[in-house]
Ligand binder design. Sequence first.
Ligand code: HEC
Ligand code: HEC
Length: 576
Amino acid sequence: MPTSLYARLSALGIVGLSIFVVWTPALHSQSQDEQTAEGYAITHSTTVEACSRCHTVDDQDRMSRISYLRKTPEGWQTSVRRMVALHDVNVSPEQARDIVRYLSNEQGLAPEELRPGLFEVERRLIEHDYEGDSAVEFTCIQCHSMGRVITQRRTQDEWALLMATHRGLYPLVDRQAFRGNACTGQPGCEEDLEGQSSHPMDRAINHLGEVFPLLTPEWSAWSANKRSPQLEGEWVISGYEPGAGPIYGTLTIRATESDTDAFTSSSRYVYAESGLTIERSGQGLVYTGYQWRGRSNPGTADELREVMFIERDQQRMSGRWFSGAYDEIGPDVILQRIGAAPIVTGVYPQALRRGETTQVTIYGGALSDTRDGAGLDFGPGVSIGMIEQSVTDELVVQLTIDTDAALGARDLFAFESTIEDAIIVHDGIDRIVVTPESGMARVGGANFPKGYQTFEAIGYNNGPDNENGTDDDLELGRVNVSWSLEEYTATFGDDDIDFVGSINSKGIFTPALDGVNTDRTGDRNNIGDVWVLATYLTREGRELRARAHLLVTVPLYMRFEPWRPIGPANNQRLIG
Ligand code: HEC
Ligand code: HEC
């Protein structure tokens, strides 16, 4: 334990004593050999200058704590932010960005290591099922997603120090999760531990040190091979935005002269359903050779953050573009490089009725002129009529489905490639389902931002067996429904529906204002739960209904992320 750091710590009232009780022995408990085997030299002068006041540098250029971790750019950003907010570290925004970048590149995650945790960096609200150890999962998900855990690698000592940091910063965590009996309800567990500590915290340290260690073959291989990617060129975009449906378009990436990891981009895409065309321009920075972090239309109300994973062959990247106070708005995207060969990305509309002629658009890139209709094959029962438009990224064509065509999906053979399930032949919508099955919105607009929830209604056909709810049912995609709310009766005289907010014709729920509503009995907040109801009218005039549960809750008052501005208020980003 370097004295300067000890002094620094004791001067900081916020950090509880428990931190260095654990810290001191931990640092010395490793033998010299173990220390030499693990830990990365840090040779970046900005990092050394800004951080070595507290994180001492050893004779192999390793810095205490910092050299023994690997994280995503977001993970390193959190570390630097915490250093600024809690430990008064003085860095300029440029230095902070530089440090985050250096550490993400040199002590990052290999692509295989990040893949299972992509939902975390892509800011997806999903139910992640951690299969490593359910008791450890239970300990950690009391407060945050397991995504935060599986996107880091540390030495065993560093996992232990992280637990110590938790206890120092959030002393209640002991009672809440970390101490007690990790074996409760698990037969045989006590014997397995053979007299070791059974505190959940210790189980977590052992488990995490084993499954998420600092040194891995994946990282050694990736760091030996990694370099700046070559992304300049033309790409096709295909994606899906909840509430708006499929998007198709193209994107151009240009290299920048000064920086081999920095790029600019311009894109043009269309919402296939509404025909709305969007143009965006932006910039991106690639971390660790494969993690794209960008922004398009930066600084405008229309800004989208871009998080994408670049595949090793650099022919494809995918991820999410998003905005919103809870990162809840925006499309999932796939980008494919346009080379010499044509690429087909999708067909809209995808669900086509038996016995009808429909104009569909085939989207893609480098499509050649097919005005003579040659080279397109939609499979049995589907005939291709007039080609109305044929340009490099779009082909508009009339398709007629035979009255007796078999129900089911068809692959499209076109331009010497295949796109699976390009269209789906059906004979009507038999039921609808609302997704997500249960949603959550957060009141806001007064002191906190609103958290929106988007619902969609998906149509299904009974399939060949003509039975509802069986495996051969055909999913037909978004259908046009009318949306309404219904009381979810949880208490006598429940009146949530009058206060929680409203849903628009696109299925987007906008929550009401946060804070006490004096018009509501008991001066309550505008929170509550309701049913979201979708009603679909079939051609035969039959009403199909489906519903989902919606919880409208309070804002996320505490983000549990220490925060102090670094640099100008309008440019707080350290990544991308
Ligand atoms: C003024 C002292 C001080 C300076 C300067 C400082 N740190 Fe820290 N650092 C600490 C303390 C105290 C801790 C342990 C408590 C904690 O994790 O917040 C720590 C812990 C860390 C950790 C471990 C966190 C984890 O993931 O468990 C990282 C990483 C880190 N610092 C990075 C940095 C970087 C990068 C810099 C330079 C930009 C820096 N620190 C500068 C005091 C400092
Ligand atoms: C009492 C609530 C709570 C519990 C339980 C909890 N955490 Fe955390 N954890 C937090 C908070 C709050 C932060 C954010 C700290 C910050 O950003 O300064 C955090 C941050 C983290 C980070 C990122 C910190 C960094 O600097 O890289 C990791 C990794 C982490 N927790 C792991 C775990 C693990 C592993 C467990 C289970 C053994 C766990 N947490 C249990 C509250 C908790």
